[in-house]
Design a protein around this ligand. Sequence first.
Ligand code: MG
Length: 160
Amino acid sequence: MTDIRTGFGYDIHRLVEGEYLLLSRIRIPSDKMIDAHSDGDIVLHALAQAIFSALGLDDIGTYFPDTTKETTGMASILLVQRALGEMEERDYRLSNVSIAIQLQRPKLAEFKPKIKESLSHILALAEDRIAVHANTGEELGPIGEGKAIACYCVTTIVKD
Ligand code: MG
């Protein structure tokens, strides 16, 4: 019997003065950067958390505390690799990944294909199994005021 599971991941980070935003390893030109203990790649944080979620595991903060020197400036790809490792150990594979980024500016429309391509490469998953959506904060609240960025991720994993 096929075992199908869904996982959900969410993350929010403060934005501070900077030169680019890092989204799934793609540098997006911006006058802001993501403030974080790690490299701040929020898409990879939400993605890793969604995979942990699908496996019934704890949140990424449990495995990678943001209070230790080991995780200072850490490449967020390591979080995803850890999550994929946990998944493969349990004989699951990714079925699809759905990402939603909430950011007031810059507009991400022209960067979404690059972000999707990067995710496809990281996950070894076909692009038609990955969605990357972007919304503004409609100028409401901290996201709308350009003070924060949020990312949501839903993933489905399958064991045959
Ligand atoms: Mg984070």
